[in-house]
Ligand binder design. Structure first.
Ligand code: HSE
Length: 346
Protein backbone atom coordinates (compact mmCIF):
# COMPACT_ATOMS: atom_id res chain seq x y z
CA UNK A 1 0.00 0.00 0.00
CA UNK A 2 1.35 3.40 -0.97
CA UNK A 3 0.31 6.61 0.76
CA UNK A 4 0.73 9.63 -1.52
CA UNK A 5 0.97 13.10 -0.06
CA UNK A 6 -1.04 15.44 -2.27
CA UNK A 7 -1.26 19.23 -2.58
CA UNK A 8 -4.44 20.71 -4.06
CA UNK A 9 -3.89 23.82 -6.18
CA UNK A 10 -7.21 25.58 -6.77
CA UNK A 11 -10.06 24.65 -4.46
CA UNK A 12 -13.15 25.23 -6.57
CA UNK A 13 -15.55 22.46 -7.51
CA UNK A 14 -13.04 19.93 -8.85
CA UNK A 15 -10.43 19.75 -6.07
CA UNK A 16 -13.20 20.14 -3.49
CA UNK A 17 -14.77 17.10 -5.17
CA UNK A 18 -11.46 15.24 -4.89
CA UNK A 19 -11.25 16.15 -1.17
CA UNK A 20 -14.79 14.81 -0.76
CA UNK A 21 -13.83 11.52 -2.44
CA UNK A 22 -10.78 11.29 -0.18
CA UNK A 23 -12.94 11.94 2.93
CA UNK A 24 -15.42 9.26 1.90
CA UNK A 25 -13.34 6.62 0.14
CA UNK A 26 -9.69 6.67 1.26
CA UNK A 27 -10.09 3.51 3.33
CA UNK A 28 -11.79 1.66 0.47
CA UNK A 29 -9.04 2.73 -1.95
CA UNK A 30 -6.39 1.13 0.26
CA UNK A 31 -7.96 -2.28 -0.29
CA UNK A 32 -9.20 -1.81 -3.85
CA UNK A 33 -6.38 0.23 -5.37
CA UNK A 34 -3.41 -0.25 -3.04
CA UNK A 35 -3.11 3.49 -2.46
CA UNK A 36 -4.33 6.22 -0.18
CA UNK A 37 -4.08 10.01 -0.33
CA UNK A 38 -3.04 12.42 2.41
CA UNK A 39 -3.74 16.11 1.74
CA UNK A 40 -0.69 18.09 2.91
CA UNK A 41 -1.52 21.49 1.40
CA UNK A 42 -4.24 23.46 -0.33
CA UNK A 43 -4.01 26.82 -2.05
CA UNK A 44 -6.65 28.91 -3.80
CA UNK A 45 -6.47 32.51 -5.05
CA UNK A 46 -9.82 33.31 -3.40
CA UNK A 47 -9.76 31.16 -0.24
CA UNK A 48 -6.08 31.42 0.79
CA UNK A 49 -3.83 28.51 1.71
CA UNK A 50 -2.91 25.98 4.35
CA UNK A 51 -0.11 23.44 4.82
CA UNK A 52 0.20 20.55 7.26
CA UNK A 53 2.78 17.89 6.50
CA UNK A 54 1.02 15.55 8.93
CA UNK A 55 -2.14 15.71 6.86
CA UNK A 56 -5.24 17.89 6.74
CA UNK A 57 -8.74 16.68 7.55
CA UNK A 58 -10.37 16.24 4.11
CA UNK A 59 -13.89 16.43 5.56
CA UNK A 60 -13.09 19.72 7.30
CA UNK A 61 -11.73 21.17 4.04
CA UNK A 62 -14.87 20.16 2.14
CA UNK A 63 -17.08 21.80 4.78
CA UNK A 64 -15.26 25.13 4.51
CA UNK A 65 -17.56 27.83 3.04
CA UNK A 66 -16.58 29.30 -0.35
CA UNK A 67 -15.87 32.73 1.19
CA UNK A 68 -12.90 34.99 0.59
CA UNK A 69 -9.95 34.11 2.82
CA UNK A 70 -11.81 31.14 4.39
CA UNK A 71 -8.60 29.13 5.00
CA UNK A 72 -7.64 31.71 7.67
CA UNK A 73 -10.37 30.15 9.84
CA UNK A 74 -8.44 26.88 10.11
CA UNK A 75 -5.52 26.49 12.53
CA UNK A 76 -2.33 27.23 10.54
CA UNK A 77 -4.31 28.60 7.59
CA UNK A 78 -3.96 32.00 5.94
CA UNK A 79 -6.10 34.20 3.70
CA UNK A 80 -3.16 34.54 1.30
CA UNK A 81 -2.61 32.05 -1.51
CA UNK A 82 1.01 30.95 -0.99
CA UNK A 83 1.01 28.91 -4.19
CA UNK A 84 4.75 28.38 -4.49
CA UNK A 85 5.08 27.32 -0.85
CA UNK A 86 2.21 24.86 -1.07
CA UNK A 87 3.54 23.38 -4.32
CA UNK A 88 7.24 23.20 -3.44
CA UNK A 89 7.38 23.02 0.36
CA UNK A 90 4.39 21.01 1.59
CA UNK A 91 6.24 17.74 1.05
CA UNK A 92 3.75 16.67 -1.63
CA UNK A 93 4.44 13.72 -3.94
CA UNK A 94 1.59 14.83 -6.22
CA UNK A 95 0.16 18.24 -7.11
CA UNK A 96 -3.49 18.22 -8.24
CA UNK A 97 -3.84 21.38 -10.33
CA UNK A 98 -7.44 22.48 -10.92
CA UNK A 99 -7.37 26.25 -11.24
CA UNK A 100 -9.30 28.14 -13.94
CA UNK A 101 -8.56 27.62 -17.63
CA UNK A 102 -6.84 30.61 -19.20
CA UNK A 103 -7.20 30.06 -22.98
CA UNK A 104 -4.78 32.89 -23.87
CA UNK A 105 -1.52 31.84 -22.21
CA UNK A 106 -2.48 29.01 -19.84
CA UNK A 107 -1.29 31.00 -16.81
CA UNK A 108 -0.94 30.85 -13.89
CA UNK A 109 -1.69 27.12 -14.14
CA UNK A 110 1.25 26.44 -16.49
CA UNK A 111 3.65 28.01 -13.98
CA UNK A 112 2.15 25.93 -11.16
CA UNK A 113 2.74 22.78 -13.24
CA UNK A 114 6.33 23.87 -14.03
CA UNK A 115 7.13 24.52 -10.36
CA UNK A 116 5.91 21.06 -9.39
CA UNK A 117 7.56 19.16 -12.25
CA UNK A 118 10.90 20.96 -11.77
CA UNK A 119 10.74 20.00 -8.09
CA UNK A 120 10.31 16.31 -8.96
CA UNK A 121 6.61 16.26 -8.02
CA UNK A 122 3.99 14.44 -10.13
CA UNK A 123 1.25 16.63 -11.62
CA UNK A 124 -2.34 15.65 -12.33
CA UNK A 125 -4.52 18.36 -13.84
CA UNK A 126 -7.92 18.95 -15.41
CA UNK A 127 -6.86 22.30 -16.85
CA UNK A 128 -7.07 22.64 -20.65
CA UNK A 129 -4.91 25.78 -20.85
CA UNK A 130 -1.48 24.35 -19.90
CA UNK A 131 -2.00 21.22 -22.03
CA UNK A 132 -3.28 22.92 -25.18
CA UNK A 133 -0.75 25.77 -25.03
CA UNK A 134 2.34 24.25 -23.36
CA UNK A 135 1.73 20.49 -23.57
CA UNK A 136 4.97 19.41 -25.25
CA UNK A 137 7.15 21.62 -23.01
CA UNK A 138 5.46 20.30 -19.84
CA UNK A 139 5.62 16.67 -20.97
CA UNK A 140 9.34 17.05 -21.71
CA UNK A 141 9.85 18.65 -18.28
CA UNK A 142 8.07 15.72 -16.63
CA UNK A 143 10.23 13.22 -18.53
CA UNK A 144 13.44 15.04 -17.56
CA UNK A 145 12.42 14.94 -13.91
CA UNK A 146 11.14 11.35 -14.07
CA UNK A 147 7.69 12.26 -12.82
CA UNK A 148 4.17 11.86 -14.21
CA UNK A 149 2.17 14.56 -15.96
CA UNK A 150 -1.39 13.30 -16.45
CA UNK A 151 -4.45 15.21 -17.67
CA UNK A 152 -7.28 12.80 -18.48
CA UNK A 153 -9.88 15.26 -17.17
CA UNK A 154 -8.93 18.01 -19.62
CA UNK A 155 -11.18 16.38 -22.23
CA UNK A 156 -14.62 14.95 -21.30
CA UNK A 157 -13.93 15.07 -17.53
CA UNK A 158 -14.08 11.55 -16.03
CA UNK A 159 -15.19 9.83 -19.23
CA UNK A 160 -12.08 7.97 -20.38
CA UNK A 161 -10.84 9.38 -23.66
CA UNK A 162 -7.12 10.13 -23.64
CA UNK A 163 -5.94 6.94 -21.93
CA UNK A 164 -8.60 4.90 -23.73
CA UNK A 165 -7.23 6.02 -27.08
CA UNK A 166 -3.57 5.99 -26.03
CA UNK A 167 -3.62 2.60 -24.33
CA UNK A 168 -6.66 0.51 -25.26
CA UNK A 169 -6.55 1.64 -28.92
CA UNK A 170 -2.75 1.52 -29.20
CA UNK A 171 -1.96 -0.28 -32.45
CA UNK A 172 -5.44 0.29 -33.91
CA UNK A 173 -4.02 3.18 -35.98
CA UNK A 174 -6.20 6.15 -35.12
CA UNK A 175 -6.58 8.25 -38.26
CA UNK A 176 -8.84 10.91 -36.83
CA UNK A 177 -11.68 11.71 -34.49
CA UNK A 178 -14.83 13.75 -34.35
CA UNK A 179 -16.55 14.65 -31.13
CA UNK A 180 -19.21 16.53 -29.26
CA UNK A 181 -16.81 18.00 -26.74
CA UNK A 182 -18.83 20.78 -25.11
CA UNK A 183 -21.85 20.03 -22.95
CA UNK A 184 -23.30 23.53 -22.99
CA UNK A 185 -23.53 23.86 -26.77
CA UNK A 186 -25.02 20.38 -27.12
CA UNK A 187 -27.51 21.15 -24.37
CA UNK A 188 -28.48 24.40 -26.14
CA UNK A 189 -28.97 22.65 -29.50
CA UNK A 190 -31.03 19.90 -27.85
CA UNK A 191 -33.29 22.36 -26.02
CA UNK A 192 -33.70 24.50 -29.17
CA UNK A 193 -34.91 21.37 -30.97
CA UNK A 194 -37.57 21.13 -28.27
CA UNK A 195 -38.67 24.71 -28.96
CA UNK A 196 -36.65 26.85 -26.53
CA UNK A 197 -34.95 30.04 -27.78
CA UNK A 198 -31.14 30.23 -27.98
CA UNK A 199 -30.92 32.78 -25.13
CA UNK A 200 -33.28 30.84 -22.85
CA UNK A 201 -31.36 27.61 -23.50
CA UNK A 202 -28.02 29.29 -22.70
CA UNK A 203 -29.52 30.73 -19.49
CA UNK A 204 -30.70 27.23 -18.49
CA UNK A 205 -27.24 25.77 -19.19
CA UNK A 206 -25.77 28.44 -16.91
CA UNK A 207 -28.29 27.69 -14.17
CA UNK A 208 -27.46 23.99 -14.39
CA UNK A 209 -23.76 24.78 -14.03
CA UNK A 210 -22.67 23.49 -17.46
CA UNK A 211 -21.81 26.84 -19.03
CA UNK A 212 -18.80 28.98 -18.27
CA UNK A 213 -19.57 32.33 -16.55
CA UNK A 214 -18.98 33.88 -19.98
CA UNK A 215 -20.72 31.28 -22.17
CA UNK A 216 -19.16 32.57 -25.40
CA UNK A 217 -16.30 30.08 -24.87
CA UNK A 218 -18.94 27.34 -25.02
CA UNK A 219 -21.18 28.52 -27.85
CA UNK A 220 -18.50 30.03 -30.10
CA UNK A 221 -16.40 26.84 -30.06
CA UNK A 222 -13.32 28.17 -28.21
CA UNK A 223 -13.60 25.54 -25.45
CA UNK A 224 -13.86 22.76 -28.05
CA UNK A 225 -10.88 24.17 -29.95
CA UNK A 226 -8.63 23.66 -26.91
CA UNK A 227 -9.87 20.07 -26.60
CA UNK A 228 -9.30 19.38 -30.32
CA UNK A 229 -5.70 20.62 -29.98
CA UNK A 230 -5.16 18.39 -26.93
CA UNK A 231 -6.59 15.27 -28.61
CA UNK A 232 -4.91 15.85 -31.98
CA UNK A 233 -1.50 16.42 -30.41
CA UNK A 234 -1.92 13.44 -28.11
CA UNK A 235 -3.44 10.87 -30.45
CA UNK A 236 -2.35 11.91 -33.93
CA UNK A 237 1.07 13.15 -32.93
CA UNK A 238 0.15 16.51 -34.42
CA UNK A 239 1.89 19.67 -33.35
CA UNK A 240 -1.10 21.94 -33.59
CA UNK A 241 -1.32 25.34 -32.04
CA UNK A 242 -4.69 26.76 -31.09
CA UNK A 243 -4.52 29.23 -33.99
CA UNK A 244 -4.14 26.32 -36.47
CA UNK A 245 -7.71 25.16 -35.83
CA UNK A 246 -10.48 26.86 -37.81
CA UNK A 247 -13.24 27.61 -35.33
CA UNK A 248 -16.89 28.62 -35.48
CA UNK A 249 -19.74 27.98 -33.06
CA UNK A 250 -23.50 27.62 -32.86
CA UNK A 251 -24.64 31.19 -32.18
CA UNK A 252 -25.70 31.73 -35.80
CA UNK A 253 -27.99 28.68 -35.87
CA UNK A 254 -31.63 29.75 -35.81
CA UNK A 255 -34.82 27.99 -34.71
CA UNK A 256 -35.71 27.84 -38.42
CA UNK A 257 -32.42 26.04 -39.25
CA UNK A 258 -33.13 23.50 -36.52
CA UNK A 259 -36.72 22.89 -37.66
CA UNK A 260 -35.58 22.47 -41.28
CA UNK A 261 -32.92 19.96 -40.22
CA UNK A 262 -35.47 17.95 -38.22
CA UNK A 263 -37.83 17.79 -41.20
CA UNK A 264 -35.14 16.09 -43.28
CA UNK A 265 -34.14 13.71 -40.45
CA UNK A 266 -30.93 15.59 -39.59
CA UNK A 267 -29.66 17.44 -36.53
CA UNK A 268 -27.12 20.19 -35.90
CA UNK A 269 -24.15 19.36 -33.65
CA UNK A 270 -21.04 21.34 -32.74
CA UNK A 271 -18.26 19.02 -33.89
CA UNK A 272 -14.59 19.20 -32.98
CA UNK A 273 -12.61 17.05 -35.39
CA UNK A 274 -9.12 16.25 -36.62
CA UNK A 275 -8.06 13.96 -39.43
CA UNK A 276 -4.76 12.77 -40.84
CA UNK A 277 -4.65 13.61 -44.55
CA UNK A 278 -3.05 11.49 -47.28
CA UNK A 279 0.07 13.70 -47.24
CA UNK A 280 0.47 13.13 -43.47
CA UNK A 281 -0.71 16.60 -42.46
CA UNK A 282 -3.45 17.06 -39.86
CA UNK A 283 -6.63 18.99 -40.67
CA UNK A 284 -8.58 20.13 -37.61
CA UNK A 285 -11.76 22.16 -37.18
CA UNK A 286 -14.54 23.19 -34.86
CA UNK A 287 -17.85 23.87 -36.62
CA UNK A 288 -21.58 23.19 -36.51
CA UNK A 289 -22.36 20.23 -38.77
CA UNK A 290 -25.61 18.79 -40.02
CA UNK A 291 -25.56 15.08 -39.14
CA UNK A 292 -27.84 12.36 -40.53
CA UNK A 293 -29.80 10.37 -37.91
CA UNK A 294 -27.61 7.29 -38.43
CA UNK A 295 -24.38 9.13 -37.49
CA UNK A 296 -22.91 7.81 -34.19
CA UNK A 297 -22.98 11.32 -32.68
CA UNK A 298 -26.54 12.24 -33.80
CA UNK A 299 -28.24 10.65 -30.78
CA UNK A 300 -25.99 12.33 -28.19
CA UNK A 301 -28.33 14.78 -26.49
CA UNK A 302 -28.29 17.24 -23.61
CA UNK A 303 -25.02 17.96 -21.84
CA UNK A 304 -23.54 14.54 -22.71
CA UNK A 305 -20.26 14.48 -24.65
CA UNK A 306 -19.01 11.83 -27.07
CA UNK A 307 -16.07 11.19 -29.34
CA UNK A 308 -15.73 8.79 -32.28
CA UNK A 309 -12.26 7.57 -33.11
CA UNK A 310 -11.72 6.51 -36.72
CA UNK A 311 -9.25 3.64 -36.73
CA UNK A 312 -7.71 1.52 -39.47
CA UNK A 313 -8.14 -1.79 -37.68
CA UNK A 314 -11.44 -1.58 -35.76
CA UNK A 315 -13.35 1.05 -37.70
CA UNK A 316 -15.19 3.68 -35.70
CA UNK A 317 -15.08 3.43 -31.90
CA UNK A 318 -17.34 5.83 -30.01
CA UNK A 319 -17.30 6.62 -26.30
CA UNK A 320 -19.89 8.85 -24.63
CA UNK A 321 -20.42 10.14 -21.11
CA UNK A 322 -20.29 13.24 -18.97
CA UNK A 323 -18.02 16.04 -20.15
CA UNK A 324 -18.18 18.14 -17.01
CA UNK A 325 -19.25 17.99 -13.36
CA UNK A 326 -17.58 18.28 -9.99
CA UNK A 327 -17.30 14.64 -8.99
CA UNK A 328 -16.98 13.43 -12.58
CA UNK A 329 -13.94 15.68 -13.09
CA UNK A 330 -12.52 14.83 -9.66
CA UNK A 331 -12.71 11.17 -10.72
CA UNK A 332 -10.47 12.05 -13.67
CA UNK A 333 -7.82 13.21 -11.16
CA UNK A 334 -8.19 9.92 -9.28
CA UNK A 335 -7.77 8.01 -12.56
CA UNK A 336 -4.57 10.00 -13.22
CA UNK A 337 -3.28 9.11 -9.75
CA UNK A 338 -4.07 5.43 -10.33
CA UNK A 339 -2.23 5.65 -13.66
CA UNK A 340 0.92 7.11 -12.08
CA UNK A 341 0.67 4.57 -9.23
CA UNK A 342 0.67 1.66 -11.67
CA UNK A 343 3.41 3.02 -13.95
CA UNK A 344 6.90 1.68 -13.42
CA UNK A 345 9.23 4.64 -13.18
CA UNK A 346 12.89 3.64 -12.98
N1 HSE B 1 -18.32 24.54 -20.09
C1 HSE B 1 -17.79 23.26 -20.47
C2 HSE B 1 -18.91 22.45 -21.14
C3 HSE B 1 -17.25 22.56 -19.25
O1 HSE B 1 -20.03 22.97 -21.23
O2 HSE B 1 -18.67 21.35 -21.60
C4 HSE B 1 -16.26 21.47 -19.53
O3 HSE B 1 -15.10 21.90 -20.20
Amino acid sequence: MTEYKIALVGFGGVNRGLAQLIAERNAAWQAALGLSLKIVGVTDLFLGSIVDRNGLDAGQLVALPAEKGAFARLPGGTAEAFNETVIKQSGADIVAEATFTNPVDGEPAATFCRWALESGIHVVTTNKGPIALHGSELKALARRNNVAFEYEGAVMSGTPVIRLARQALAGAEIQGFEGILNGTSNYVLTRMKEGLSFDAAVAQAQQLGYAEADPSADVEGYDVRLKVVILANELLNAQLRVSDVACSGISAITAHDIAQASESGHCWKLIGAAQREADGSIRASVEARLLPAAHPLAAINGATNAVSFNTALVGTVTVSGPGAGRIETAFALLSDIIALHTTDRQ
